[in-house]
Write a new protein. Structure first.
Length: 121
């Protein structure tokens, strides 16, 4: 799936590896997202200058996300939309899916069972 590898970004309990497939950034997340490390997630989700405004965060390795993670995803959605792009969430684990559904984020950002499905939607 990946045709480009970017440096992994890490914080205390969150690691992010960026790859790309068909010009779409894929962020493979692992660990927990909370107020202590949300800036790491926010930086990874930012629309890059000259880069594609399309991003698929892959949540299969995420075990916890609080409201700061939800805020980062909402901000990324707004920035991508402003750049004529999109954010598509993939492989939400049960705890993350529950949070996303409770706050209604799934009604704004499309969610897919797997990264390949998010990439081809």
């Amino acid at each position: 799936m990946a045709d480009l590898h970017g440096p992994a970004e890490q914080s205390a309990r969150l690691s992010i590896t960026e790859t790309a497939a068909a010009g779409i950034r894929v962020l493979v997340l692992s660990g927990e997202t909370d107020a202590d490390n949300v800036n790491t997630l926010g930086r990874a989700l930012q629309v890059k200058d000259g880069g594609p405004p399309h991003v698929v965060p892959d949540f299969r390795g995420v075990t916890f996300m609080d409201s700061s993670g939800v805020d980062a995803l909402a901000a990324a959605y707004r920035a991508s939309e402003a750049a004529d792009g999109w954010v598509r969430l993939a492989a939400l684990t049960a705890p993350i899916q529950r949070v996303v559904e409770l706050v209604g984020l799934d009604s704004v950002i499309s969610c897919y069972p797997t990264p390949p499905q998010a990439l081809t939607a």
